[in-house]
Design a protein around this ligand. Structure first.
Ligand code: SF4
Length: 285
């Protein structure tokens, strides 16, 4: 049934609050498995504390982290789904209401292009001053129209990278490069254990959009051979949660490989999603 404008706003608002305040069940299970397997006492304590923090945030519907994140939206449109300008307005209003309800940290910078770059335009005191990133659209595989909301923190954006890799006709060469980047990023991020989000595309835009979709589709209990290899090799580096050493630098890898071109280069986007990410929730519209 087609939802009214007001219904859509309310659904999106509640979805954003869930995205910012809860771990999905498969992520909680991944933490439980990591806690059971971790031998380093400091690392185990960090993992237990992150899970406790997540359970407290879920109960209070409060942000998982002080950096409550920038909303990134993935809209899947079903066979008979209709997305109008009004639908997009309702989504935008729902995001603003969700940011106020969470509440998100006020971190929207005001002013013109130059003011927003150097921060001289001042900070909007309104949580909803944080505008969402441009919406990503894709066809729904099961005919259902749904919205995924992901809250992107600043740390993974600082450490992440989108860059070319010369594959030399070997998938292994590309995997080796991803592992090498990831070891450096996870060690520098600090807010670990990470979930590595990887997109492989033909352009920077496509690789980044694959990275975002990888987080929407990825599951901690379903890992491909390539995902498992990346996770295991980064964990072997003994970085550990918060860099305290141990077995659990990375909980899982979510990787999405898009169409490729006849060329010697692959564009890889790697985001070391932090200990609270992916902060994601999904709602049917
Ligand atoms: S990187 Fe993640 S855990 Fe660290 S401050 Fe940012 S949102 Fe919070």
């Amino acid at each position: 049934m087609i939802k009214s404008y007001e219904e859509t706003v309310a659904l999106v608002r509640d979805c954003l609050v869930r995205a910012g305040s809860t771990f999905r069940e498969d992520k909680k299970d991944a933490y439980r498995r990591a806690i059971a397997a971790e031998e380093n006492p400091q690392a185990k304590w960090v993992l237990e504390t992150i899970l406790e923090n997540a359970e407290a945030a879920q109960e209070a519907c409060s942000p998982l982290c002080d950096d409550s994140g920038i909303p990134h939206l993935l809209l899947e449109v079903g066979d008979d789904g209709a997305v109008s300008g009004k639908t997009l307005d309702a989504i935008r209003e729902g995001v603003a209401e969700g940011l106020r309800a969470l509440p998100g940290r006020p971190m929207g910078i005001m002013g013109d292009d130059s003011h927003r770059i150097d921060q001289s335009g001042g900070l909007s005191p309104d949580s909803a001053g944080v505008e969402p990133a441009p919406i990503l659209l894709r066809c729904s595989k099961d005919g259902v129209t749904r919205l995924h909301i992901l809250m992107f923190g600043g740390g993974p954006a600082i450490r992440g990278r989108t860059y070319r890799v010369f594959h030399k006709h070997s998938t292994q060469v590309v995997l080796d490069e991803i592992v090498s980047w990831a070891r450096e990023m996870v060690a520098q991020l600090g807010c670990s254990p990470c979930t590595l989000a990887v997109g492989v595309g033909r352009s920077h835009f496509e690789a980044a959009s694959m990275m975002l979709q990888a987080q929407a589709d990825g599951r901690y209990d379903v890992q491909s051979d390539m995902e498992r290899e990346i996770t295991d090799r980064v964990n072997a580096a003994d970085i550990g949660p918060l860099g305290l050493h141990g077995n659990t630098s990375v909980l899982a890898t979510f990787m999405k490989v898009g169409p490729q071109r006849a060329s010697g280069v692959r564009i890889v986007c790697l985001r070391p999603a932090c200990c609270f990410e992916p902060r994601i929730a999904t709602v049917e519209l």
